[in-house]
Design a protein around this ligand. Structure first.
Ligand code: GCU
Ligand code: CA
Length: 495
């Protein structure tokens, strides 16, 4: 089965609290399309074509700054009210508001351009504006330093948007499925086998405002809470890996539930539809690591692998085989870990390998040997191995981290240095999370770095090795930075 990585041509016409969902592209016969990449449109930024799904020859990637506008010039046959449909993609997790300026006057202040779920997920936002007879300019002027979303085109049509249309029902939000229960949170359970699934969630509600986050399985975060106005429903698409057990592969902390669990939380979760389909041929990113990476069943412990999915768009999934307490050797040999992961790896899948915390007595030769074995076995499968040096512990000596923090182990082996050397000799990309986290922790200093880890005052336990949800998020950010620097195959799926 072929599954579309995004919902093509779904548009939401927001009228007086009534939602009309229509298929853009078929549109109304009267609409005129003005592409953002060609004159008379102007773009304060770059015309690009690197994110599929746009119309015409590209889109406007505006500079990420206040006022870096995309402007359209269009002709109206008469003065009055017109409907414009702005097709855009916002692959970040944050709204990118813009003033909609018509002939120099703000018609809509800070109109929301909410996340679409990925840079290749294009949707149309429809607005009603006043126009003059003859030539008009419509400028989208971002109000935050994040700039505009990527803008594909503007459809222009005389007359106000219809408030309801019984015929425009090509892709309405399908409604909340019977698999879901509760209101805050909303929990949904699908009886599917282990594998990768395309999950489409229509977030928002026709009648009331919402604030909704999405997570799956064992506290795996897909979307931080997004706010939606009453009448706004946005489809988000994710690719989700289902394992059994759903948390740590050896079952530490519990096995969770068979099948796929999806949880909608936030201060006012709103869900107008949810579908689950088998994903066809996604790029899978396997994580081979320890407790600082793994899917921790129970808060406050959080592995960076649990937050990494918030950075990944549909078409790629994160399969986290990390497990608490594992060293390079135990991971390699435990049948629930590397041997379970290995046969699933397919051509071009990434395998991020992070060990060190539990290699306290491992000799340099054994450490290199274990990592080399994993690298070779990943390559035998056609996969792409990546070494990730371990994140630091919070152990200071004065204003700097000590050797234990930096993973110089009990037999004097500088484990991160071994990984860097091995990476260059075997031509394996290295994400130097030790160096990146060292810089972060030292720049925050003794006091302010505490929030990255577990603190008794907040978490009921003091632990300078394991991360809080906040700290795991900062580590995931550093890993994403490394993925971009190394230009790994996941780059095209980062949001
Ligand atoms: C990424 C993306 C661009 C986008 C930019 C942004 O670089 O590839 O298309 O414009 O983010 O955040 O604005
Ligand atoms: Ca941009």
């Amino acid at each position: 089965m072929k599954v579309k990585p995004f919902i093509a041509g779904l548009s939401l016409l927001v009228g007086t609290g009534v939602i009309v969902v229509s298929t853009a592209g078929t549109g109304s016969a009267a609409a005129t399309r003005y592409e953002a990449e060609s004159a008379p449109a102007t773009c304060a930024g770059l015309i690009e074509s690197n994110h599929a799904g746009f119309s015409g020859s590209g889109f406007c990637n505006g500079d990420n700054q206040v006022g870096a506008a995309a402007q359209f010039t269009l002709t109206a046959s008469a003065a009055g009210t017109a409907t414009v449909g702005v097709r855009y993609a916002n692959g970040t997790a944050t709204n990118r508001p813009a003033d909609v300026v018509v002939n120099g006057t703000v018609a809509h202040a800070a109109a929301a351009f909410d996340p679409t779920g990925g840079w290749t997920s294009w949707i149309t936002r429809t607005l009603t504006v006043p126009v003059n007879s003859g030539t008009n300019t419509i400028r989208l002027s971002p109000t935050t330093t994040n700039g505009l979303p990527n803008v594909d085109y503007l459809d222009f049509e005389a007359g106000a948007a219809p408030t309801a249309s019984p015929t425009a029902s090509a892709s309405p939000p399908p409604g909340r499925p019977p698999e879901c229960t509760g209101n805050s949170p909303i929990t949904c359970r699908f009886a599917v086998s282990p594998g990768n699934y395309t999950v489409t969630a229509w977030i928002g509600d026709r009648a009331s405002a919402g604030n909704t986050s999405v997570s799956v399985e064992a506290r795996r975060r897909l979307l931080p809470a997004v706010s939606t106005a009453a009448g706004t429903i946005t489809p988000y698409v994710f690719t989700v890996n289902v394992r059994q057990p759903e948390g740590q592969p050896t079952g530490q902390g519990g096995n969770g539930n068979p099948g796929l669990d999806v949880t909608f939380a936030g201060s006012a979760p709103k869900l107008s539809g949810l579908t689950v389909q088998a994903a066809s041929n996604p790029l899978v990113v396997y994580l081979a690591g320890d407790s600082t990476v793994c899917d921790q069943m129970t808060a406050p412990y959080t592995g960076w692998g649990q937050i990494l999915p918030t950075h990944v768009s549909a078409g790629a999934s994160i399969a986290n085989y990390s497990d608490s307490g594992e060293s390079s050797g135990s991971f390699l040999n435990n049948s629930a870990l590397f041997p379970a992961m290995r046969p699933r790896i397919k051509t071009n899948d990434l395998v991020l390998i992070q060990f060190g915390h539990n290699d306290k007595q491992t000799t340099a030769a054994a450490f290199r040997g274990n990592l080399t074995s994993m690298i070779n076995q990943v390559r035998d499968r056609g996969g792409v191995p990546v070494l990730v040096t371990p994140p630091v512990r919070r152990q200071f000596s004065g204003s700097q981290l000590n050797g234990t923090a930096l993973h110089v182990n009990g037999v004097g082996v500088d484990l991160p240095a071994e990984m860097r050397r091995l990476g260059s000799s075997l031509n394996v990309p290295v994400i130097d999370l030790t160096a990146k986290s060292e810089a972060l922790v030292e720049s925050l200093g003794v006091t302010n770095s505490a929030a990255l880890y577990l603190r008794s005052s907040v978490d009921g336990v003091t632990d300078n090795t394991h991360f809080s949800e906040y700290g795991a998020g900062r580590m995931a950010d550093l890993v994403v930075q490394g993925i971009r620097e190394r230009n790994l195959p996941l780059v095209g799926y980062l949001r």
